[in-house]
Structure formats: structure tokens, C-alpha cells
Design a protein around this ligand. Structure first.
Ligand code: GDD
Ligand code: MG
Length: 352
């Protein structure tokens, strides 16, 4: 069986002020009743294919995570606590080390918790398609057909077929978050797909690759696990050891460098719930193309995402805005500019 690994360390700053470091977006119900974390866990609840999930998260969120998983019937998850985020390469390294302790031939499925996948059966089918390649030692990525010239994704260049007539392709090259000029050049040739951020990995081979490409990450993670302590149901990483770990993503540390990756076409519908405009495009809209959560009075207003958190929002004669209130702050931005909300949050932090 495959060990699902839920990567739950990000803060989701582009969805500020709804998503906060103290309560990030994966712990919120953004689309439907369940939170994004719960939806991700339910995507891998078929126990004939998947083990109970492992969650790698910030220590601050441990109780919310435990509670949310229990609420959807997951009673014995492994929850590993990071004292602070070191990005995804260390988080996946920790998961691979733990999984291979239990089973030297373990295959892990590292999954972001900030994605929306409607069709769980199609998702399982794609994973099943990739698992043989993973058992043969390959790192399996899932490629999504690009819908725009987005600069917030990794781009995979599909190489030759793994076997004759197989939909699985060798990865010819990988570029993480290229700039707009590069994206446009890449998209001019249709061999490129978006990296979904979901990785199916044979634990042992992945650890060998880390030893080769990111030895300092691997060494720090081994130490952080050796010094880890049990705290109730949680496994707390050793803080001093983890502090020494470089902060780097899977994409930069491994995927841009490895020659061992293959890509399975993501035949499931997939969206990154990363920004207000992404939420707007996924949610149900009224006749004027507005998404309204909470109480709002609107006139001559269209294409807006309006979220009033206990406050009445009144809008008149505006278009394509995001208006999101929280008890202490109101965000107003153009839907087009919402990719930069993260930068605004950085500035606010810098100003204290
Ligand atoms: N445990 C842990 N610790 N999880 C983390 C950390 C960390 O320090 N940092 C990020 N994560 C989690 C996030 O919560 C998210 O669920 C997942 O790892 C991916 O991190 P993001 O920060 O959201 O990555 P990204 O969206 O910028 O880029 C990745 O995903 C894209 C698709 O959404 C890359 O893999 C891209 O190549 C890909 O296209
Ligand atoms: Mg993301």
C-alpha cells in the first residue's frame, strides 16, 4: 500500500486575511463543508490502495489537525510536527525516512493540502497508473494541461514514452516557477504541462537522490528524527537539528535536477486553491458573476468575490474586486492583482 503524506506547513498568504499563520487556509472550509485538509485526507481513504495518512505540519496547528482528521474517521494518523517551516524538500525527506523505517520498499504519495480535486475515482486511477513506475524506482509527477501562462507553477517538459503506447512519459526537463517570458516560450511548444505538486516516490530511491542532490537536507532531517520526541500522539522533530536544515522546495532541490522523473497525465480535474481569484472561479456565482459569502448588499456590481465575516458588505458600481473582511482587517483588491496579496502581507509584517 501507498503511504499518503499530507504536506500541511504553508500559511497560504495570498488568501489573507482569511488565511493566517495561526489558522492557515488548509484548516478552513473554503469549498464545501469539509476543510481542505479533510478533503485531501478523504481523497486517499481507500484502504485497499492507501495506508492511514502521515501529516507533516507546523507544531502550532497540531490540535486542529488531530481533531479535523478524527472528524472524518481517521483515528490513527501519524502527525509529525515541525517547529518551523523549512519548505517541502525537508518535509518530504522526513516522510520518506519514516516510511522506509517501517518498510524498506515503501512508496509515498506526497500531497499538497491546498488543492481541489472533484473526482476522487479519477484521482485514484491516476495514482494507480503511476505506482508501477514508482515501484521500479522512478519519481512520478502528475502533469496538468496548462490553462494560462501562470508563473506560480512548475513546468514539466514531457519526453519520450516510458514504454510503447504508454501515457506515462519520461520528464525531459523541469523548470520551477519560470518568469513570464520563459512561460510564454515554453507554452509555444505543447510538450509542456504544469506540475501538479503531487509526488509519488519510492522512499529508498528518493533518499538516495537526496544524498546525492541535497545531502545537507538529508543529514539535518536524519538528525531531527533521531532527536525527535513523542508528545501525546505527535512526533516532534528535534528543533536544533531541524533549524540547521536548509529551506528549499522539492522542485528546486530535486525535480529540476533529477533525471529519474516520469510524468503521468493528471486525468483528474485539479485546481490550486491558492488565491482569491482561484476561489472565485471555482465557486458558484450569481447572475452578475459575483460570489457572495455572508451578508452583502450589491448594486451595479459584477465579477466580485465578496466575503463578509460577520459584517455586512455594501458595494456599489464596482467590478472584478475582491472584498474580504475579517474582525481586524478589510482587504480590497482587484481580482487581477490578487497574486500579489502575499507581497502585501510581507510588507505588513515588515512594518510590524
Ligand atoms: N510540512 C510542510 N512544511 N509543508 C509545507 C511547507 C513546510 O515548510 N511549505 C509548504 N508546505 C506545503 C503547503 O502547505 C502546500 O500544501 C504544499 O506544501 C506545497 O507548497 P506551496 O508553497 O503551496 O508550493 P507552491 O504552490 O508554491 O508550488 C508547488 O505546487 C505547485 C502546484 O500547486 C510546486 O510543486 C510547483 O511546481 C507546483 O506547480
Ligand atoms: Mg501551492
Amino acid at each position: 500500500r501507498i503511504v499518503p503524506v499530507l504536506l500541511s506547513g504553508g500559511a497560504g498568504s495570498r488568501l489573507w486575511p482569511l488565511s493566517r499563520e495561526t489558522y492557515p487556509k488548509q484548516l478552513l472550509s473554503l469549498l464545501g463543508e469539509n476543510t481542505l485538509l479533510q478533503q485531501t485526507a478523504l481523497r486517499v481513504d481507500d484502504r485497499s490502495l492507501f495506508d492511514e495518512p502521515m501529516v507533516i505540519a507546523n507544531a502550532e496547528h497540531r490540535f486542529a489537525i488531530g481533531e479535523q482528521l478524527r472528524a472524518v474517521g481517521i483515528d490513527r494518523p501519524t502527525i509529525v510536527l515541525e517547529p518551523f517551516g523549512r519548505n517541502t524538500a525537508p518535509a518530504v525527506a522526513i516522510a520518506a525516512l519514516l516510511a522506509s523505517e517501517n518498510d524498506p520498499d515503501a512508496v509515498i504519495l506526497a500531497m499538497p493540502v491546498d488543492h481541489w480535486v472533484r473526482d476522487h475515482a479519477a484521482f485514484r486511477a491516476a495514482i494507480s497508473m503511476g505506482v508501477t513506475a514508482a515501484r521500479y524506482g522512478r519519481f512520478v509527477l502528475f502533469g496538468v494541461r496548462p490553462l494560462s501562462a501562470a508563473t506560480g507553477f512548475g513546468y514539466i517538459r514531457m519526453g519520450d514514452e516510458l514504454e510503447a503506447a504508454s501515457p506515462i512519459r519520461n520528464v525531459a526537463s523541469f523548470v520551477e516557477k519560470p518568469d513570464l517570458v520563459t512561460v510564454e516560450r515554453l507554452l509555444a511548444c505543447d510538450e509542456h504541462v504544469w506540475n501538479s505538486g503531487i509526488f509519488l516516490l519510492p522512499a529508498r530511491q528518493f533518499i538516495d537522490e537526496l544524498a546525492h542532490r541535497a545531502p545537507d537536507v538529508l543529514a539535518a532531517c536524519r538528525k531531527a528524527l533521531t532527536g525527535a520526541t513523542r508528545d501525546l500522539d505527535f512526533l516532534r522533530l528535534d528543533e536544533r537539528a531541524f533549524e540547521a536544515c536548509p529551506s528549499i522546495s522539492m522542485d528546486y532541490a530535486i525535480m529540476e535536477k533529477t533525471d529519474n522523473a516520469v510524468a503521468v497525465p493528471a486525468t483528474f480535474d485539479w485546481s490550486d486553491v491558492g488565491s482569491w481569484s482561484a476561489l472565485w472561479s471555482m465557486a458558484e456565482k450569481d447572475q452578475s458573476g459575483n460570489v457572495v459569502i455572508g451578508d452583502a448588499v450589491m448594486e451595479d456590481t459584477s465579477g466580485c468575490y465578496v466575503r463578509g465575516d460577520g459584517q455586512l458588505v455594501a458595494a456599489l458600481g464596482v467590478e472584478d474586486l475582491v472584498i474580504a473582511t475579517s474582525p481586524d482587517v478589510v482587504l480590497v483588491t482587484s481580482r487581477k492583482r490578487d497574486q500579489d496579496v502575499g507581497k502585501l502581507v510581507e510588507r505588513l509584517k515588515a512594518n510590524g
